[in-house]
Write a protein that binds this ligand. Sequence first.
Ligand SMILES: [Zn+2]
Length: 79
Amino acid sequence: MAVKTCPKCNEDNLSTSVVCISCGSSLAKSGVMGENHSDDLLINQHNYKKTSRKKWIITLLVLAFLIFLALMVIKLIAS
Ligand SMILES: [Zn+2]
């Protein structure tokens, strides 16, 4: 979700907010700054999603390897 960060208290407000929910100062003046900031946030979120997906793939690979090892051990014990 896009947010506007208050220039006074750094409180995150809704992008549609006109005044800060925390200190009540106007957010209209920092509108352009806020939009840029939310773009950065979106890019960061996108990168985060990418890295978290990579982590998931690594986790799944490790899990698959562990299951494979367990099956090999079970086979060795059973034989
Ligand atoms: Zn504020």
